[in-house]
Write a protein that binds this ligand. Structure first.
Ligand SMILES: C[S@@+](CC[C@H](N)C(=O)[O-])C[C@H]1O[C@@H](n2cnc3c(N)ncnc32)[C@H](O)[C@@H]1O
Length: 202
């Protein structure tokens, strides 16, 4: 991994740990709520195994997970479309992408996931080979249903927070059950990080 990227990832990991331990005073809406480092490594590994080029992320925050994905697709000259509604997080993410020198591989779509996904649906069909779903958990079933037609055969969808925080567990179990209704996917819940649903479109 090049030093520009590792430096930014390490800085964001320190910030995330401070926030999680409540050692810094950050208003709830500005907290990173980032995936764990282990989850970042998992995403990066899957993207590399797939030689992925076209990535969609729902819930960018300050870009920690986006940078893990970008690192894996740089050599393939891949592109990431990422969705975020909070303007101040977008400003922070843009700075992080510049510092990591991955900004050219990332397009940020500002707005609500519902609105942006409905626009992307008109443009893309069986296009993305990798999707990360990590925005609000309330609408996760809707996001999955909206994303699935845009994923290519063999494409992977990862969903964060399947097991933690505890308050989402029951809802995310319903989500896993919902996914299993589709005949054209295989899915498993992995205990890595905060619990990752790993779904493949057949
Ligand atoms: C868990 S955080 C994402 C963390 C990020 N994936 C990472 O690992 O660094 C969820 C993000 O989704 C954004 N978000 C929540 N609901 C959203 C919605 N309906 N539309 C767009 N963004 C949303 C929040 O502002 C927040 O930054």
């Amino acid at each position: 991994m090049n030093s520009d990227i590792s430096r930014v990832l390490e800085r964001l990991e320190s910030q995330s740990q401070l926030e999680k331990a409540r050692k810094v005073d950050v208003p709830p809406e500005d907290r990173m709520l980032a995936i764990t480092k282990e989850t970042g490594e998992l995403l990066n590994m899957i993207l590399r195994l797939k030689n992925a080029k076209n990535v969609l992320e729902i819930g960018m925050s300050t870009g920690y997970s986006t940078i893990w994905c970008a690192e894996a697709i740089l050599e393939e000259q891949g592109q990431i479309i990422t969705i975020e509604q909070n303007p101040s997080k977008i400003t922070r993410a843009e700075k992080n992408f510049e510092d990591a020198k991955v900004a050219n591989n990332i397009t940020i779509k500002q707005g609500t996931a519902r609105d942006i996904l409905s626009k992307l649906n008109q443009e893309y069909n069986e296009f993305f080979d990798f999707v990360l779903i990590d925005a609000d958990k309330e609408n996760v079933i809707e996001y999955f249903d909206s994303v699935l037609p845009m994923v290519s055969a063999g494409g992977v969808i990862i969903t964060d927070n399947m097991l933690y925080p505890e308050k989402y567990k029951e809802h995310m179990a319903k989500y896993a059950k919902h996914i299993k209704k589709y005949q054209n996917v295989r899915t498993i819940t992995s205990p890595i990080g905060n619990g990752e649903e790993i779904t493949i479109k057949l």
